[in-house]
Design a protein around this ligand. Structure first.
Ligand code: PRP
Ligand code: ZN
Length: 306
């Protein structure tokens, strides 16, 4: 523990001591781990050029006035709260656990996972009350404690900083409370997910004081993030239909404003272009087919700006 906090303080000094580039937005992301790749991908899709990392603590971005700080995810809320970074891309689970003075400005839709209580496969529990008096190993004591209190369960929390999943096997705990994403860690440790206590995804957090210039940069970045997110949640659809079916077909196609209808060379036929949402995608496609649409093409959208 002492070693980690010493390293953290040295990092903080290193970041702060270099010339203070007040015109750059300082963005903290996870150095390596579940969220690193997707965070870099999102930033790149937003036109923030990031040279391939060569294990640096801080790099200046291309095409956007920003610096990327590569940190341990657990440290990101603190760096943002202390103003060493302006914003951070981090799991909501970490934000809630660390409970620092930051606010969530945007949910990012990737890094979805859950914080769950898991038990050895050999131990079948009937309900959450059977956790009473048990020893639970976790790296999330704050969230777990709150959940236990809300559910009026008295259990013994055993704080471990890594490899929580092995605790039951070595007799350190009866249960664990840890992040589950694919479930493979639980599976390979002969544990099963007993109860989910939190659902999480990556979020963008913000500290308190930003200079005017940094505020403007954040607005610019947020605008781009929203355009990328929106594009991902929508698909461009192209289809052909006889003119007498167009009215019925367009009922299912809201489009950005309304669908575009273009006559085809084939007499009495038109091509219809529109945008549909990913969430009810298959329902809409089925209805379009039933209504007489043919040659339906679905195309991913790269950016969407209204
Ligand atoms: C979490 C958790 C498990 C793993 C679960 O660690 O501690 O080890 O992910 O994922 P799975 O269900 O897909 O196997 P994380 O990557 O967040 O690392 P960290 O806790 O060290 O930040
Ligand atoms: Zn972590």
């Amino acid at each position: 523990m002492a070693k980690i906090s010493k390293e953290k303080n040295q990092n903080k000094k290193k970041i702060a001591s270099k010339e203070q580039s007040t015109h750059l937005l300082r963005i903290a992301i996870q150095k390596s781990g579940r969220l690193s790749e997707d965070s870099i991908k999102l930033l790149k899709e937003c036109g923030v050029g990031i040279a391939n990392g060569n294990n640096q603590l801080k790099i200046k971005t291309e095409n956007f006035d920003a610096e990327i700080l590569f940190l341990r995810d657990d440290d990101i809320p603190e760096y943002v709260a202390d103003g060493v970074a302006d914003i951070g891309f981090v799991g909501e689970n970490v934000v809630l656990e660390k409970n620092k003075d930051t606010q969530i400005v945007e949910r990012l839709g990737y890094g979805r996972c859950r914080l769950s209580i898991a038990l050895p496969k050999s131990k079948k529990q009937i309900n959450i009350q059977s956790l009473e008096g048990k020893k639970i190993a976790t790296s999330y004591p704050v969230i777990l404690k709150k959940w236990l209190r809300q559910n009026k369960i008295n259990a013994d929390i055993h704080i471990i900083s890594g490899s929580v999943e092995i605790a039951p096997r070595i007799g350190l705990a009866d249960a664990i409370c840890d992040l589950v994403s694919s479930g493979s860690t639980l599976f390979s440790n002969e544990l099963y997910e007993f109860e989910t206590i939190l659902k999480s995804e990556a979020v963008l957090i913000l500290g308190k004081q930003l200079t005017q210039k940094r505020k403007e940069l954040l607005e610019k970045l947020l605008f781009r993030i929203r355009a990328v997110k929106k594009a991902k949640n929508n698909k461009y659809v192209l289809l052909n239909a006889p003119n007498n079916k167009i009215k019925e077909i367009t009922k299912y196609l809201p489009g950005l404003n309304s669908p575009t209808i273009v006559p085809l060379a084939k007499e009495g036929w038109s091509s219809v272009h529109s945008v549909i949402s990913e969430s009810d995608f298959w329902n809409v496609i089925e209805k379009l087919k039933e209504a007489g649409a043919e040659g339906i093409l679905i195309i991913p959208i790269e950016k969407m700006i209204e």
